[in-house]
Ligand binder design. Structure first.
Ligand code: NAG
Ligand code: NAG
Ligand code: NAG
Ligand code: NAG
Ligand code: NAG
Ligand code: NAG
Ligand code: NAG
Ligand code: NAG
Length: 367
């Protein structure tokens, strides 16, 4: 009797273990799906069934995950850990999920990311969502290191939107050779440099909307041209339509085909140009032309100034002449007398020279 009850209890226990579902989670064997949504969980629950392909542990209080968190889950292809409080990801945390294709860590507070945090044994990872996942901009160096060392050569999509990134470390994406889609929307990026996107020659889509780009320098334009197949989104940036924007505006006109939102790009600074279409900027008179006009004005001003100085010097000269007028008058009379003497002397000698008799006399005496 007692033995029977015991065996029934054991059978029931075995049965529940067999069809187990962790407490506070919903499991569907038919759909190969387990969901633990907004249940105040502090860690990854144990006992997740082996059939699970889609695992959603979202909206909980999980702060730390590591390699021990995901055991015996070979079949998981989609893992979402979004909306938790994860602040640290250890190396090889997901390594044993060797069929993992999509990893969503969006809406977390990653402050420490270890170098091989995203390594998956089979290199099966295709999509990585780190939207609003970084605690602050300081995490970007950790991120760059782990993108370098996590063997992500087969990654197709990377979402880094909503992260307050100010700059991207040089060559941060250079080991993501298969990347097709890179989302950088809603950060605070101020510039694109020479090697910001190096290694992304195969990119299909690059989203740079809602950043802090005031212009795209010639260096940045060259960098974007190094990904000729990538469709670009550039809207909602504070483009500054002053003189230096011209190369960008011309490039925009030239590259309209692949800039999906080219038509909607507008200047936001200066006030006078606000809402002006960036496509019309190339033909508009910008501040640089005003600066040319300014140079002309400066030249004219300097001519006027020179004239005034010369006039002033002339006036002084005349004034000096006026003061010396008596001495000058005397000089002039002296000069006139001197001239007259000289002239008369010449005249006399001319008369002598032209009188043949007198010349003969002179030759006779010489002889
Ligand atoms: C993965 O799924 C297959 C078939 O659905 C199953 O045979 C296998 O046991 C599962 N793996 C694990 C670790 O449970
Ligand atoms: C590696 O991943 C591929 C899919 O990316 C899968 O078909 C294959 O079974 C995986 N290999 C192992 C050993 O899990
Ligand atoms: C990444 O996660 C965010 C928030 O959960 C979501 O809005 C976004 O669509 C996801 N990105 C991709 C590429 O699926
Ligand atoms: C990011 O947070 C850490 C820890 O609070 C802090 O030391 C660092 O200065 C912060 N960095 C930025 C850019 O705010
Ligand atoms: C941009 O990201 C911040 C958080 O970094 C968020 O608060 C804000 O709503 C986002 N803006 C848009 C338009 O998505
Ligand atoms: C930019 O990178 C190229 C190689 O990709 C290099 O030859 C060139 O000197 C770099 N220019 C600057 C300004 O750093
Ligand atoms: C710019 O255009 C937007 C929408 O086209 C409009 O809402 C906004 O008021 C305009 N701003 C100015 C300063 O004209
Ligand atoms: C922009 O391109 C159009 C043709 O697409 C051309 O007619 C126009 O002259 C170009 N504007 C400038 C400033 O190059």
């Amino acid at each position: 009797m007692l033995d029977l009850t015991q065996s029934i209890v054991i059978c029931a226990l075995l049965g529940s273990v067999y069809a187990s579902c962790p407490p506070r989670c919903e499991c569907s064997e038919a759909a190969h799906t387990v969901k633990c949504v907004s249940k105040d969980l502090r860690s990854i629950p144990t006992g997740i069934p082996g059939y699970t392909r889609n695992l959603f542990i979202i909206g909980n209080q999980i702060s730390r995950i590591g390699p021990e968190s995901f055991k015996g889950l070979d079949n998981v292809t989609t893992l979402s850990l979004s909306n938790n409080r994860i602040s640290e990801v250890e190396s090889h945390t997901f390594a044993r999920l060797r069929n993992l294709r999509s990893l969503d860590l969006s809406n977390n507070q990653l402050a420490v990311i270890h170098p091989e945090a995203f390594t998956v044994q089979n290199q099966s990872l295709r999509e990585l969502n780190l939207s609003r996942a970084l605690y602050n901009h300081s995490s970007v160096m950790d991120l760059a290191t782990s993108l370098r060392w996590s063997s992500l050569g087969t990654l197709r999509g990377l979402d880094l939107s909503d992260n307050s990134l100010i700059y991207l470390p040089s060559r941060i994406f250079s080991h993501l050779a298969s990347l097709r889609r890179l989302l950088l929307s809603n950060n605070s990026l101020v510039a694109i440099h020479n090697s910001t996107f190096s290694g992304l020659e195969n990119l299909d889509e690059l989203d740079l909307t809602l950043n802090a780009l005031k212009t795209l320098t010639e260096e940045a334009l060259r960098e974007l041209d190094s990904m000729p197949g990538a469709a670009l989104l550039l809207g909602e940036n504070p483009f500054t339509c002053t003189c230096g924007i011209e190369p960008f505006a011309l490039w925009l006109n030239r590259s309209q085909g692949r800039i999906r939102d080219a038509e909607s790009l507008v200047c936001s600074i200066p006030e006078s140009m606000r809402n002006t279409s960036m496509l019309s900027v190339g033909t508009k008179a910008l501040a640089c032309h005003q600066r040319d006009a300014g140079a002309d004005l400066a030249l004219q001003t300097s001519y006027v100034f020179l004239g005034i100085v010369l006039g002033f010097v002339g006036l002084i000269f005349l004034f000096v002449l006026y003061l010396n007028r008596k001495g000058i008058k005397k000089r002039i009379y002296d000069m006139r007398d001197a001239c007259r003497e000289v002239w008369e002397g010449y005249h006399y000698r001319f008369e002598i020279d032209s009188d043949p008799r007198l010349s003969q006399v002179s030759t006779c005496t010489e002889a």
